[in-house]
Design a protein around this ligand. Structure first.
Ligand SMILES: [Zn+2]
Length: 325
């Protein structure tokens, strides 16, 4: 995988004006800006009037490095930020790009506290930035998962509720703990992951999660372990292959395995423990979105992944109110 190191990226954007040019290249790789208002391809650059043509003065008299374009079709003025998750933010675009890069490229993601410390932004701002980026990570195309689908579930987060247990009793999964069940659905062909939080684990909730993830049940093959709740569900698929984990079987004799899902969960749990420490059930879906995005794009170069995220950022503005729910 081609790795764009953080240092290399930081070297490419020493100033705020460079950050705008960098974003333009990511958003409009052909070099032709697209009008966010009417969709027309082609715009004139509005040259700033200062000496070296890098900054302009806003209506409030402040200096800004914002690069402006005017649509050749409708005359609308816009920048590469218009209509993206960065739109209207008081955070510098350089900072946004650095945080975006780190959330895209680091395996474990980036905690809000880390953003706060590294970039000197307020805690609330850091938290909001991370969530805005996660919003852009939501899958943008509604296409189906079709082919070979690996499904597996796990329990994450929370602490066992000792008060409900007798001394010496071993912590169980599910009832008696405040852990949350999560299902991962992975397309073994494309490597795309779609995961979801479940209210509880049974064949009904699993089927619902598959429908919401647009799994094309009628035209796909399902690979799972031998858990009973997949038996009935498996009959709706073209075929259902199971792996017998209790017999230490990890690949069955027809080549089916749930290794992909186990790898997904191992990385997800490492990140929750190492980076985020504790994630409430309420926010868990957003972290899963982030993980699905990184997992699905893991074969891409860091630059392509960023370009994809910035592309998806269009029209994904998220108000603080909505995040807080
Ligand atoms: Zn236009």
């Amino acid at each position: 995988m081609a790795r764009l190191s953080f240092t290399k990226m930081a070297d490419q954007i020493p100033t705020e004006a460079d950050a705008y040019e960098y974003l333009e290249k990511l958003r409009w790789p052909s070099g032709t800006p697209t009008c966010p208002h009417c969709g027309h391809k082609g715009a004139n650059f509005i040259r700033p009037r200062n000496g070296d043509h890098t900054t302009r003065t806003t209506s409030r008299g402040a200096q800004t490095a914002r690069r402006l374009w005017q649509c050749k079709g409708c005359r609308y003025q816009f920048s590469a930020m218009t209509g993206t998750i960065f739109h209207g933010s008081k955070i510098s675009l350089r900072t946004w790009l650095f945080v975006l890069f780190e959330m895209c490229a680091s395996k474990n993601g980036m905690a809000a506290r880390e953003i706060e410390r590294k970039y000197g932004v307020a805690p609330k701002t850091a938290w909001f930035m991370a969530h805005r980026i996660r919003e852009a990570m939501k899958r943008d195309a509604p296409g189906s998962l079709i082919g070979t689908i690996v499904a597996d579930e796990t329990w994450v987060g929370g602490e066992p509720k000792y008060r409900h247990r007798r001394p010496g009793e071993v912590a169980r999964r599910g009832s008696g703990t405040d852990k949350t069940p999560v299902v991962a659905l992975i397309d073994a062909g494309t490597g795309e992951a779609r995961s979801a939080v479940l209210p509880n684990v049974d064949s009904t909730t699993l089927r619902k999660a598959m429908l919401q993830a647009d799994v094309d049940i009628d035209h796909s093959v399902l690979w799972t372990d031998e858990a009973a709740y997949y038996t009935h569900l498996g009959r709706r698929f073209l075929a259902h292959e199971t792996v017998n984990h209790s017999e230490y079987e990890y690949v069955n004799d027809r080549g089916a395995t749930t290794n992909l899902a186990e790898g997904y969960f191992a990385q997800f749990k490492r990140s929750l423990d190492g980076t985020h420490h504790h994630v409430s059930r309420e926010h868990l879906p957003r972290y899963l979105t982030e993980f699905d995005f990184r997992y699905t794009t893991s074969a891409m170069s860091d630059e392509r992944r960023m370009a994809r995220l910035v592309g998806q950022a269009e029209g994904r503005r998220l108000s603080y109110k909505r995040v807080k729910g």
